[in-house]
Design a protein around this ligand. Structure first.
Ligand code: FAD
Length: 379
């Protein structure tokens, strides 16, 4: 058992930290206020290999593995949680192409995604199908050399910027999860358009939109894998995705701790720094301990993935614990700032809003508990 990062992992972490400090942190507050999608910075991240970290070198990825990916994503999220979700979702869309795509799919989509020339998205959620994708009604119908897709998706991260979207739809009359299939949908496909842009509580510099399909014509060769395995593709991708959201949560929590400590050392009440009060110290201690626990749980899940071992249970545990921990960390950071923490002028106000969604997307905390309980009960 080694609790030490390899020199390569350490180097990747430092590279991501350096980039985030210079290119993200100084602008994250402005991007949030103005709802600016940081396209330029994201392209630069592509150039550094951050958008294809788990993609093998033969497809132009960094081939760095899930542990390095988690470390880098934590650094990006520390500086800008919106940019972190953009990075995480692009990695989420690469994963199913790598695992289920044809060689042509890999050359045409995976390699440009890994090089940062393309941006990816992953579309499952519909107005009436969130935690239960089996309830989705967006449907693809086979018509000769293509499929015609009708329906809509909501809350899709990167939706308006994505060059390629992993789209899960229903095919045929099968009503259960077995009736779902996955497609690679590209920008500009006839019958596909972007709908409403969401006005969100947090992650305001990330892109979250509705996707609309009206006789959308997807070529047959863009079916991912084969018909009927869409649910499996989504679940496999989400296992990796959950390591990403756990890492994003960790980055946000670390930023909360940093802000809380800095404030506790300077704010004076009753003639003393508030950091000298035990009540404040306990909040800081709890956050520091919980960050450490979430960090190792997340890297444990990532290490299992790197070793080719099953990691569904560990990824769900990491996502559940880290996301709830980030919300506690954000709550305490605002509390330590008192009234100032409620003001937009202070960074913790943004961190509090950004943390909130981590217990919701890529499977709510309740869904993570279902996954974990099923795995534990089956043991
Ligand atoms: C900012 C943002 C970005 C997103 N990005 C994407 C994206 O890129 N792609 C995508 O496909 N989706 C995306 N989503 C959607 C997200 O994954 C869903 O919101 C999430 O899965 C929950 O679905 P829902 O919102 O329909 O809630 P519901 O499923 O309606 O859940 C409502 C409540 O009921 C609970 N619940 C539901 N079922 C059960 C159960 N069986 N047992 C116990 N409790 C249950 C839930 O935990 C929750 O508390 C995004 C969402 C947000 C907010």
């Amino acid at each position: 058992m080694a609790f030490q990062l390899t020199p390569e992992q350490e180097m990747i972490r430092l590279m991501a930290r350096d980039f985030a400090k210079k290119e993200l942190e100084p602008f994250a507050g402005k991007w949030d206020r103005e709802e600016t999608f940081p396209e330029k910075a994201i392209r630069k991240m592509g150039g550094l290999g951050l958008m294809g970290m788990m993609v093998p070198v033969e497809y132009d990825g960094a081939g760095a593995g899930a542990v390095s990916y988690s470390l880098a994503l934590q650094e990006i999220a520390y500086a800008c949680a919106s940019t972190a979700v953009t990075m995480s979702v692009t990695n989420l869309s690469s994963d199913p192409i790598l695992k289920f795509g044809s060689e042509e799919h890999k050359q045409r989509y995976l390699a440009p995604l890994a090089r940062g020339e393309m941006l990816g998205a992953f579309a499952v959620t519909e107005p009436d199908a969130g935690s239960d994708p089996g309830g989705m009604t967006t449907r693809a119908e086979e018509k000769g050399d293509h499929y015609l897709v009708n329906g809509s998706k909501i809350f899709i991260t990167n939706g308006s910027y994505a060059d390629v979207i992993v789209l899960i739809t229903r095919i045929g009359s099968e009503k259960s999860n077995r009736g779902l299939s996955a497609f690679l949908l590209t920008k500009g496909t006839p019958g596909f358009r972007i709908g409403r842009k969401e006005d969100k509580m947090g992650l305001r510099a990330s892109d979250t939109v509705e996707l609309l399909f009206d006789d959308c014509r997807i070529p047959k060769e863009n079916l991912l894998g084969k018909e009927g395995i869409g649910f499996k593709i989504a679940m496999v991708a989400l296992d990796s995705g959950r390591i990403g959201i756990a890492s994003q949560s960790l980055g946000i929590a670390r930023a909360c701790l940093h802000e809380a400590v800095a404030y506790a050392k300077t704010r004076k009440q009753f003639g003393k720094n508030i950091g000298s009060f035990q009540a404040i110290q306990w909040m800081i201690a709890d956050t520091a301990a919980e960050i450490e626990a979430a960090h190792w749980l997340t890297l444990y899940a990532a290490d299992k993935k790197d070793q080719g071992l099953p990691f569904t249970r560990e990824a769900s545990m990491a996502k559940l614990f880290a996301s709830e921990m980030a919300n506690r960390a954000a709550y305490r950071a605002v509390q330590i700032h008192g009234g100032y923490g409620y003001m937009k002028e202070y960074k913790v106000e943004r961190l509090y809003r950004d943390a909130r969604v981590t217990t919701i997307y890529e499977g709510t905390s309740e869904v993570q508990r279902l996954v974990i309980a099923r795995e534990v009960l089956e043991e």
